[in-house]
Ligand binder design. Structure first.
Ligand SMILES: C[S@@+](CC[C@H](N)C(=O)[O-])C[C@H]1O[C@@H](n2cnc3c(N)ncnc32)[C@H](O)[C@@H]1O
Length: 274
């Protein structure tokens, strides 16, 4: 039995929700923050097919991610296909993807680890069509999804499945790894906890297990001057900082959002010339 059918009863739709106003009202009443945008997306997806709309709204009211229902999400203005059970790219990762684009030369090479649907890799490809962009994920469903988005993607643990000829050649390693501290997993939003899997989130005791592994293994792939860009949160930049310096990264920068919340870290690989 799937997790979904175990945990959810189909919600009753009291009245037809086939116009923007009534669907927005219903979604807002159920606590969906972006109710109007979601209503618009559901209506566009169902394209005046009342049966499809009804089924889609029912699914959304269970908390199932909208992108799993419509099959797509816009990420950095690139339309990314997202299969059910594959992590839905979040808007908060967009600045990291944009920064990766900035650090990637026109004909350079980038690696997107833990690629999920391949969203970041797809953005890199869209903005740097002459670059080589390679990705990996440990989940076969994610790999199939990323491949469907046109990404050169390999199945396996972090760098392990990547072509060895990339060693020392890479301009950018970017990644949104699982970085939620294990004890905080139960605090994730209800929908996340119900539908998505710990594989996408669980970063170990303080959330930095995979972040540290990526930081340690990236020097085998980055060229001197290449960039490491990692999404993280809370105090994880501080937790990682000493290790990054020990590993010969320079120009460390903490990436924060407009509210000042820490969202990532950027570092350049290679000793400064003395
Ligand atoms: C938070 S999601 C990020 C997905 C994507 N980068 C994005 O932003 O939409 C983390 C992804 O890491 C993958 N993953 C977890 N552990 C991994 C590992 N050891 N090696 C490769 N991928 C891993 C999961 O399958 C999941 O797709």
């Amino acid at each position: 039995m799937s997790q979904r059918s175990r945990n959810h009863r189909e919600p009753a739709l009291q009245a037809p929700l086939n116009d923007l106003a009534s669907l927005t009202t219903r979604l807002a009443r159920e606590g969906f923050i972006a109710a109007a945008e979601e209503a618009e997306e559901l209506l566009a997806y169902a394209a005046a097919d009342p049966t499809l709309l009804d089924a889609s709204v029912r699914r959304r009211l269970t908390g199932e991610p909208l992108a799993w229902i419509t099959g797509t999400v816009s990420f950095c203005d690139v339309i990314v296909h997202v299969d059910p059970d594959v992590y839905v790219p979040r808007w908060l990762s967009e600045p990291l993807a944009c920064r990766a684009v900035e650090r990637l030369p026109a004909a350079g090479t980038a690696i997107d680890l833990c690629t999920g649907s391949g969203a970041i890799a797809a953005v890199l490809r869209a903005h740097r069509p002459n670059a080589r962009v390679v990705a990996s994920d440990i989940d076969a469903r994610a790999v199939a999804c990323a491949a469907g988005n046109g990404v050169e993607v390999y199945l396996g643990d972090l760098f392990a499945p990547l072509p060895p000829d990339l060693a020392g050649q890479v301009d950018v390693v970017v990644s949104v790894v699982p970085y939620v501290p294990t004890p905080e997993l139960p605090l994730l939003q209800r929908d996340t906890f119900t539908f998505e899997r710990p594989l996408s989130y669980d970063g170990g005791a303080d959330g930095t297990d995979i972040l540290r592994r990526v930081a340690r293994d990236s020097p085998g792939f980055l060229r001197p001057g290449g960039a490491l860009l990692l999404e993280l949160g809370g105090d994880q930049a501080d937790l990682l900082c000493d290790e990054l310096v020990r590993l010969d990264y320079v120009d460390l920068a903490v990436l924060a959002d407009e509210d000042g919340d820490v969202r990532g870290v950027e570092a350049t690989f290679g000793r400064r010339p003395v």
